[in-house]
Design a protein around this ligand. Structure first.
Ligand SMILES: *Cc1c(COP(=O)(O)O)cnc(C)c1O
Length: 450
């Protein structure tokens, strides 16, 4: 019998990240200030360390992973890649399906790949504390884990409704020594302003970002850290795709299709970019599919334009597919996919037709998640369950067309903190959200104009 788990030894851990900016056959649109003029990287100095800013604008093809970061990666990397034999048999598909699993990290997702690097560079440059925001808690727990390992403090502004409804991620962050505050807080000007308007304000990711950025900008030894969207975050995540390429080589396969879910774009990019590199060179034909929820259909229904990264308008304007920075998506269970825009690097590839995008409804996504859990065993997080739905559709198409394709996808995290979502699905209480076109038009009408 051939192998189910395709494993690499620690010696095979990639020692460099791959920077797709070096290979793009088009130029990237620069970030803009509120006046519509390009902003240079120096604008980021009050909240990011030099090395991160350098990486954000770098066009070097590969960037060395520091020894200290590799040492921490070795706690769970290289991560396993699996051949999904039982899922293939269940679907009666001639396709070969492979998934790379990031749920083996201490925080249970791919997010520590960048959290560890960001904490390291900050500590190198004398930063004492990192402030950040978190919604459901995936990013906050990854950063809390990373800061603790490098002896740094970590303050997490956690959206108040999540803080109250989802205590387990908060406890996880506190276990790693982070300070977790229900946002809005009375500690920042942004928080006090919200509380003055509504003392019972439930909070939002936009408000939490504003609080964390203000904390960093007003304290010399405090920096800010972002878990997705920006170029350096996607860069750090490519360690996954670089490993996956070696793992495909080991079994003598190469994917015809790679699939990942997209919230801000970091797990999709980290997995797919090293393969897309081959496509950009013309060396391989490959379909890369980004999967999103119909409740927040940025790549499939958004417009490609400049928009703010946050709800309050503190960040520079980024060129991306967006539904408008004031857009508040319905409360689907895949909290990590509720972002109004997407990473500029991912959006550029979509615009230039190097990648495709599809959107799925919440119930069909959970149906796919159950099929996966009942064949492969691992209970997926609601976010990568979107990728699973797409993989199942492609594998069924292979059966219908009698095609033996190779399909790879990233299982970005486990769903063991998301069991209430499974409970809702199993008891028939899960709802679908298809965003009506008029709501999308309304959101888009509020976009900034120049
Ligand atoms: C945060 C998160 C996502 C979405 O973020 P991306 O930047 O698009 O990867 C997806 N899956 C998991 C498990 C997450 O924690």
């Amino acid at each position: 019998m051939s192998e189910t788990k395709i494993l690499l030894s620690e010696k095979e851990l990639p020692t460099r990240w791959y920077n797709i900016a070096s290979d793009l056959p088009y130029s990237l649109d620069p970030p803009l200030g509120p006046d519509g003029k390009p902003v240079g990287p120096e604008a980021l100095q009050p909240i990011f360390p030099q090395e991160i800013i350098r990486q954000e604008v770098s066009t070097e093809r590969f960037i060395d992973i520091p020894e200290e970061v590799l040492e921490v990666y070795s706690l769970w990397r290289p991560t396993p890649m699996y051949r999904a034999r039982r899922l293939e048999a269940f679907l009666k598909t001639p396709a070969r399906i492979y998934y790379k699993y990031e749920g083996v990290s201490p925080a249970g997702s791919h997010k520590p790949n960048t959290a560890v690097a960001q904490a390291y560079y900050n500590r190198q440059e004398g930063v004492r504390k990192i402030a950040t925001e978190t919604g459901a808690g995936q990013w906050g727990s990854a950063l809390a884990f990373a800061c603790n390992l490098f002896g740094m403090e970590c303050t997490v502004y956690m959206v108040r409704v999540s803080y109250e409804q989802k205590p387990y991620r908060r406890i996880m962050m506190e276990t790693w020594g982070a300070e977790v505050l229900p946002s809005p807080t009375s500690r920042t000007g942004a928080g006090r302003k919200m509380l003055a308007q509504d003392p019972d304000c439930p909070g939002s990711l936009g408000i939490a970002i504003s609080e964390a950025v203000e904390d960093a900008a007003t304290h010399g030894d405090v920096n800010y850290s972002l878990g997705s969207v920006l170029n350096h975050v996607l860069l750090h995540q490519t360690v996954m795709g670089l490993e996956a390429k070696k793992q495909f080589e080991l079994v003598g396969d190469y994917p015809d299709i790679v699939v990942g879910c997209v919230g801000g774009g970091s797990n999709f990019a980290g997995y797919a970019f090293p393969f897309i590199a081959d496509k950009l060179k013309g060396a391989r034909e490959l379909r890369a599919i980004a999967v999103e929820p119909t409740a927040c259909p940025t790549l499939t229904k958004g417009v490609y334009t400049y928009d703010f990264g946050d709800a309050v308008g503190l960040t520079p304007l980024l060129k991306m597919y967006t539904l408008g920075s004031s857009f508040v998506p319905p409360r689907i269970h895949a909290g990590g996919l509720r972002y109004h825009g997407d990473a500029p690097l991912v959006c550029g590839l979509k615009k230039h037709e190097f990648i495709e995008a599809v959107a799925y409804r919440q119930t069909e996504v959970f149906e796919a998640a159950l099929a996966f859990a009942r064949t492969e065993g691992i209970i997926p997080a609601p976010e990568p369950a979107h990728a699973i739905k797409c993989v199942i559709d492609e594998a069924v198409r292979c059966r219908e067309e009698g095609k033996e394709k190779v399909i790879g996808f990233l299982l970005s995290g486990h769903g063991y903190f998301d069991l209430s979502a499974y409970e809702a699905y199993l008891s028939g209480k899960l709802e679908d959200y298809e965003l009506p076109d008029e709501k999308i038009r309304e959101a888009l009408a509020a976009l900034p104009r120049f």
